[in-house]
Design a binder for this molecule. Structure first.
Ligand code: NAG
Ligand code: NAG
Ligand code: NAG
Ligand code: NAG
Ligand code: NAG
Length: 430
């Protein structure tokens, strides 16, 4: 509700971006600051208000003060209002050295795994609105074309639609002569059966015009103090990312069993084991909600603004929760040095596209990407290899899938489900 009213107030203003903070750039598999030092992401998933947390200046000031104390240099925002004015909040974050990584989809436009998957002109137009709204900000770190589009181990047939979205967003930036090409990436659910195929597919071959510029993995494998670099499986994640040609990072992490969290995985990510391969991590999440991943809370909800039966306030003066204090001290004690941009010459070459393997990776690497407006055929969804060049859309709708069947990914799927419930409730209130 709050977000909606400040959007109306701000909508008439014209966007002007300050250039005090230089954009980060990508070389090979690493991010760099303008001064040539490597950028390691210490990020926070920030979705205080479901539709857009970057509209309310006072709230951004309150939150940014604690983000700075925490040592964050990135926020991840899943949904923004394409018509909102983000000048104030982007400037507030710029002033404390925070880059924003923002998902281009809205609740109505994201690419679906089932249904069947499609990528069409309506979606592209809506993605472009978000991109145009934000591209002028120097501290826009990058954009995601999707978050956890693929949620089940048999969902690989949706992967080409992710690449089609990347292709069309990059083509748009080229056609419009964007002075800065905004890095375009994807944020994947951690589905063991699809590793490392999905990761590799999105960045394979030598045609960068269809490949992601960075890859994010949402992983909740490292839980508590009884685990370690080897027990958690991070060693294998690291091994499988060693030759990755573009930056890779955790786009969500922070298993919350047990609590308070000790965030010990950060020592591996920013330490000697992983810092040469990974570019950092985004901790899930800033606000406290029923799912209990919060770093701060805003006190009890005002019944007038509470949404979806959730008792947590979504704005106000943030109070540090125990996890906040732990993360602050963990981040303060890790400072990866990385490599200087001009000394970094041995970048990774192209990787090959994963071969189609029935029942595991149902994507023919030689098949052309879906064109704009193309819908997956029922045959593809059931695992057959399909020559997409000769057929188009008109598939009967698929049998429904159970999102909770994603195994390890269960926690996140539930979170997304919770968010959907919130949206429905909010829509009812409005
Ligand atoms: C694109 O797909 C969305 C559903 O995701 C649908 O609402 C919209 O009408 C489609 N647009 C076109 C041009 O087919
Ligand atoms: C982009 O630049 C090209 C070549 O300079 C020019 O022909 C074209 O009109 C420009 N497009 C836009 C949208 O400005
Ligand atoms: C993990 O933490 C628990 C509770 O704080 C403690 O009892 C246990 O000894 C710790 N284990 C290790 C391996 O540090
Ligand atoms: C690493 O890659 C291999 C195949 O090359 C795969 O079997 C394995 O599951 C992957 N492990 C992780 C943790 O991604
Ligand atoms: C994919 O697997 C889910 C269970 O994880 C199942 O419900 C669904 O029908 C499967 N989809 C296809 C297209 O086989």
């Amino acid at each position: 509700m709050k977000a909606a009213s400040s959007f109306i107030a701000a909508a008439g203003l014209f966007a002007t971006a300050s250039l005090a903070l230089e954009p980060i750039t990508i070389k090979g598999s690493k991010f760099f600051h303008a001064d040539g030092t490597q950028y390691f992401m210490k990020g926070i998933a920030y979705q205080r208000s479901p539709f857009d947390p970057l509209l309310d200046k006072e709230q951004c000031q309150l939150d940014a003060r604690l983000m700075k104390e925490l040592g964050a240099n990135a926020i991840r925002v899943y949904h923004v209002d394409p018509d909102g004015n983000h000048d104030d909040c982007m400037k507030i974050y710029e002033d404390i050295g925070v880059y924003a990584f923002i998902d281009l989809d809205t609740f109505h436009t994201y690419i679906e795994q089932d249904g069947p998957p499609h990528w069409n002109d309506t979606q592209l137009t809506e993605y472009i609105k978000v991109l145009d709204n934000l591209a002028g900000y120097a501290n826009l770190g990058g954009v995601f074309v999707g978050n956890e589009i693929i949620t089940t181990s048999n969902g690989s047939f949706a992967a080409p639609y992710i690449k089609s979205a990347v292709r069309d967003i990059k083509t748009y930036m080229d056609q419009k002569n964007f002075s800065r090409k905004i890095p375009v990436g994807y944020s994947a659910a951690d589905i063991a059966e699809l590793r490392p195929n999905l990761q590799n597919y999105l960045a394979c071959g030598d045609d960068s015009s269809v490949n992601v510029d960075f890859f994010g993995l949402n992983a909740y494998e490292w839980c508590g103090n009884e685990t370690s670099y080897h027990i958690s499986g991070y060693d294998m994640l690291n091994k499988n990312a060693t030759d990755y040609p573009v930056p890779i990072f955790f786009s969500e992490t922070g298993c919350n069993v047990p609590t308070p969290r000790d965030f010990k995985d950060q020592f591996a990510i920013f330490g000697p084991e992983m810092q040469d391969v990974w570019s950092g991590a985004i901790i899930y999440e800033w606000i406290q909600e029923d799912n209990n991943y919060g770093l701060v809370d805003y006190g009890p909800a005002d019944p007038k603004t509470a949404i979806g039966g959730d008792t947590w306030a979504r704005g106000g003066t943030p109070t540090r929760l125990p996890d906040f204090t732990v993360l602050r001290s963990v981040w303060a004690s890790v400072s990866p040095s990385g490599v200087a941009k001009d000394k970094y010459t041995k970048t990774n070459g192209p990787i090959s596209c994963p071969a189609s393997t029935s029942g595991i990776w149902n994507v023919d690497p030689t098949s052309p990407l879906p064109s704009l407006g193309q819908t997956a055929l029922a045959a593809e969804a059931s695992g057959e290899s399909v020559d997409r060049a000769s057929k188009t859309g008109d598939a009967p709708s698929e049998t429904s899938t159970n999102p909770n069947s994603a195994g390890k990914n269960k926690a996140m799927v539930q979170l997304s489900g919770g968010l959907v419930a919130i949206i429905i409730a909010l829509a009812a209130l409005l």
